[in-house]
Design a protein around this ligand. Structure first.
Ligand code: SF4
Ligand code: SF4
Length: 138
């Protein structure tokens, strides 16, 4: 299933750019995420790798995500960032329940509606990433 990326996924969530979620990232990527970043001029092998589970993830450079600019303390590709980054701090636990990642200091600024909407989009995203990983299996 294709997911349409919309820059305004953030809605009410107030991100303080505290940098916590851009450090030691293991953010999973869909083919749509990769294609969008490739259109920005990056090569997929620069910013991502595929693990043994066949799922592409963002690379880190040192402790920071490839796209993080430590000097400006900003994501270099914020408007084109992976959908998982845009949906963060919403996450899904092992039982498939929508949760909020406690390391985000602005987690309380999400309201119930935003949590529900982001949770739904995240489930769709994860289903897409899993389906794409299955197609990469030999
Ligand atoms: S792509 Fe941007 S928002 Fe996502 S982890 Fe990297 S620096 Fe952070
Ligand atoms: S942890 Fe939360 S507040 Fe900090 S940069 Fe990530 S989304 Fe923004």
């Amino acid at each position: 299933m294709k997911i349409k990326y919309r820059g305004a996924v953030g809605m009410a969530m107030r991100c303080s750019h505290c940098q916590k979620c851009c450090r030691d990232t293991m953010m999973e990527l869909s083919e749509a995420d990769i294609a969008r970043l490739e259109r920005r001029g990056y090569r997929r092998s620069e910013f991502s790798y595929i693990g043994v589970d066949k799922i592409p993830r963002l690379r880190n450079v040192g402790t920071w995500c490839y796209f993080y600019d430590p000097e400006r303390k900003r994501c270099r590709e914020y408007r084109s960032r992976p959908l998982g980054c845009a949906l963060y701090p919403v996450n899904v636990d092992e039982d498939g329940r929508t949760i909020i990642d406690a390391i985000c200091p602005e987690a309380q600024s999400l309201d119930g509606r935003e949590l529900q909407l982001k949770g739904r989009r995240l489930r769709m995203l994860l289903a897409t990433i899993d389906a794409e990983a299955k197609r990469r299996q030999p």
